[in-house]
Design a protein around this ligand. Structure first.
Ligand code: PEP
Ligand code: MG
Length: 755
């Protein structure tokens, strides 16, 4: 059975669209399971009906026409129960309903499997037999497996409006693609798709007015590949004749009309880029080979892909450096790196959309630091079709509109205007102290990681210091480790920009989703792997260089604090402090008068929460990294959009862990702060104030909002609200309660887009 599933899935993968996929599935399933009918019904949300979308066995004319009210008939029951129904004789079942269009009266055996995507039933796959038949367990499993594989494709097709015949099939423009809130704010701009090099599948649709030039580029790339292959062939003379023949086959393919003429015709006809045309030609060729019966010939599909990739590399190398950014660029990508975000001039960047990742991914954090609205995990957005399209990015709700209709755009323009007004109002209070109504001062600090965003942070933002400077960001936008001098200069600028206010420089926190191109770490489970302080302690030469640079940068400023990331046990704090002491001693010996900075530990791993008393004995301060603490406590990958709904700041376990940490710090009389993204969420900030956090650190954009919140509540009130929340065991209720309090204080505007 497994082999059969594999074959069906493989074949289905070559289908061009959902209609084709469904048609193939019903054909193959009927064959493999030796049934008389296989059909797929999908739910039409608007019409509140289940519609027959594909069948092999029933009247083909009934496809799209045979419709049943939701909940009606056996298909309705399968959907409602969200579990398989296996009947020897369907007609005996009380829910059986005869649909006359399909001519199905003569079928008895029935197996219906729901197609479920993220808890939602999208449709049903049904097999039927003329004879009575009880389907065996492995037949049920086969269909369950197929249905699970199919569900993603159906959800995606629904999202891009690719299902003909359903009334909920909508055109791009008036319905958003749903992703996750990445960085708050709303913006309208022009999409620029960033895609990984040498990846044909990632090449977007892009048009041109200069087709002659595109053809020239394509021809010269092909000539280069021809030359490469010819050279390879002469270099590997000692290979078997079979392998030599392979090179000849490559050369022949490179001269074939199916590659050359087909691509050039596409460029002319579609007025598109050479890469776009090449992508489609190769895809077409691969499909031809994939469909072949002969194993050897089928394998040739790989050769075609390889050739395509080689040609693409040459086309792209010619194009590199010629990118022009439109005004109000919305960067769109499947996976965006920090460096591509930094490549684009800040004045041009309006929004960020990523199909992968979540609001806790570092790209989202970076976007927040820059004040750029971002949507993450927009899984269904067809990135290769949206280049140059007008887009709306709603970073509050995680919505993306492509070529929005005018009515939608007008709504968003209104929100943008209200946001600007609110920001202006909030900015008026930057000079006011961040104090509760009963005069408790809660310093607000900023999180940064780039020199670019420091200028705006320091100038009159009301920030009382830098609560988290992520030193890995400057490491990530270089192509080698920055040396001690180079690092000293960077840190000096950061320390100077805020002096005499405190600046917390965190030591290198690479690993996880922060990789350095020049120090690759390949792991199955990077977030549970070699990360943060673990790397620093394994590489004292890197750690000592960094610490020395920090210490040297602080000469005469005396506002340096050093923060250690990913602490899992006290001994890591002790060992790190020993290195910092050593670096300071060496610098003093070489004539620099450098005082020992305050050293803090991040509490972002559950073990550190349980060891907080012991860690607090050695550290001078604690900083709670809620992004990782939530990830590790709730076992939810912060980058995985499939479980992003479980990444929950208000989970009672999170609140108790934070509270325990705060109390641990207080027991040892050291200050404790939150520098995770949670501090920038008004509802969470209210709880954190109640817990007695000494300060909060957040992105510069969140700061005015949190300040206005703190100024509207008393500390006593915040403590009382915390007490109410800690008594609840459901995060939704906690959030609702907090929102209510904030609304009652007249601050509803802090919770929603607009004012
Ligand atoms: C955190 O984990 O909350 C944190 C502040 O660090 P980072 O997001 O850089 O992992
Ligand atoms: Mg962290």
């Amino acid at each position: 059975m497994l082999e059969e599933i594999r074959r069906v899935v493989q074949e289905v993968n070559t289908a061009e669209n959902l209609q084709q996929t469904l048609a193939l599935i019903v054909l193959r399933v009927k064959e493999v399971m030796a049934t008389d009918v296989c059909s797929v019904y999908l739910k039409d949300e608007l019409a509140q009906q289940n519609v027959l979308m594909a069948t092999d066995g029933l009247d083909p004319a009934s496809v799209g026409n045979a419709r049943l009210k939701l909940g009606k008939g056996l298909t309705g029951l399968v959907m409602e129960r969200a579990e398989p129904i296996n009947l020897k004789n369907a007609m005996d079942h009380p829910a059986y309903h005869f649909i006359k269009e399909t001519g199905e009266e003569s079928y008895h055996g029935f197996l219906g499997i729901p197609i479920i995507h993220h808890k939602t039933a999208l449709g049903v796959i049904v097999v039927q037999t003329a004879q009575e038949r009880n389907f065996a367990e492995d037949e049920v499993t086969l269909l369950v497996t197929l249905a699970a594989q199919l569900s993603g494709a159906i959800a995606h097709a629904q999202a891009i409006g690719d299902i003909k015949g359903l009334k909920n099939n909508v055109l791009l423009g008036n319905r958003p693609f749903r992703g996750l809130a990445g960085a708050s704010g709303v913006t309208i701009g022009t999409a620029l798709v960033i895609y990984p090099p040498a990846d044909l599948d990632a090449v977007p649709n892009r048009s041109t007015t200069d087709t002659a030039n595109e053809i020239k580029t394509f021809e010269s790339a092909v000539a280069k590949v021809r030359q490469e292959i010819a050279e390879l062939k002469t270099r590997v003379k000692d290979l078997s004749s079979e392998n030599i023949a392979l090179f000849d086959a490559y050369l022949l393919m490179l001269e074939s009309n199916s590659l050359l003429r087909a691509t050039k015709t596409r460029i002319e006809k579609n007025k598109c880029w050479a890469s776009t045309a090449l992508r489609d030609t190769i895809k077409e060729q691969v499909q031809v080979f994939d469909a072949m019966q002969d194993d050897y010939l089928r394998e040739r599909a790989q050769d075609i892909k390889d050739l395509g990739r080689r040609i693409l590399v040459h086309i792209q190398s010619k194009k590199s450096g010629t990118r022009r950014y439109p005004d109000k660029t919305i960067l769109v990508s499947d996976e965006l790196s920090a460096s591509s975000l930094m490549e684009i001039p800040r004045s041009k960047l309006a929004g960020v959309i990523c199909t992968h990742g979540s609001g806790s991914s570092h790209v989202a954090i970076l976007a927040r630091a820059l004040g750029i609205p971002a949507v993450m995990g927009a899984l269904d957005l067809p990135t290769n079709q949206v280049d140059s399209a007008k887009m709306i990015v709603d970073g509050y709700q995680g919505y993306v509109y492509v070529n929005p209709e005018q009515t939608v755009e007008i709504e968003y323009l209104k929100i943008i205007k209200e946001e600007e007004e609110l920001s202006a109002e909030l900015l008026e209070s930057t000079h006011l102290p961040t104090e509760t109504l009963d005069n408790v001062h809660i310093p607000l600090l900023v999180n940064t990681g780039l020199l670019a965003d420091i200028a705006s942070s320091s100038a009159d933002s009301g920030a009382e210091g830098i609560g988290l400077y992520r030193t890995e960001f400057p490491f990530m936008i270089r192509d080698r480790f920055p040396g001690e001098e180079e690092q000293t200069k960077i840190y000096r600028k950061v320390l100077q920009s805020f002096a005499p206010r405190p600046v917390i420089l965190r030591t290198l926190d690479i690993g996880g989703d922060k990789n350095l191109s020049y120090f690759p770490i390949k792991e199955e489970n990077p977030f549970l792997g070699w990360r943060g302080i673990r790397i620093s302690l394994d590489h004292p030469e890197i750690f000592l260089t960094q610490v020395r640079a920090m210490l040297r940068a602080s000469i005469g400023l005396d506002n340096l604090h050093i923060l250690l990331p990913m602490i899992t046990s006290t001994c890591e704090v002790i060992e790190s402090i020993a290195y910092i002491n050593r670096a300071q001693k060496e610098l003093i010996e070489s004539g620099h008068a450098i005082p020992m900075p305050k050293i803090g530990a991040m509490i972002e791993v559950p073990s550190a929460v349980y060891q907080v008393d012991s860690i607090a004995k050695h550290a001078d301060f604690l900083s709670i990294g809620t992004n990782d603490l939530i990830q590790y406590l709730l076992a939810v990958d912060r980058n995985n959009p499939n479980v992003a709904n479980l990444f929950d700041s208000f989970h009672p376990a999170i609140l108790h862990a934070i509270y325990q940490t705060v109390n641990g710090a207080k027991n040892q009389n050291i200050p404790v702060s939150v520098c995770g993204e949670m501090a920038g969420d008004p509802a969470a900030a209210l709880l954190l104030v109640g817990m007695g956090l000494n300060s909060l650190s957040m992105s510069i954009v969140a700061l005015p909002r949190i300040k206005s919140l703190i100024r509207k509540f008393s500390y006593i009130q915040a403590k009382q609200i915390l007490k109410e929340c800690l008594a609840l065991d459901d995060s939704k209720m906690i959030r609702r309660l907090l929102n209510q309090h904030i609304d009652n204080a007249g601050l509803g505007g802090l919770l929603r887009p607009g004012k």
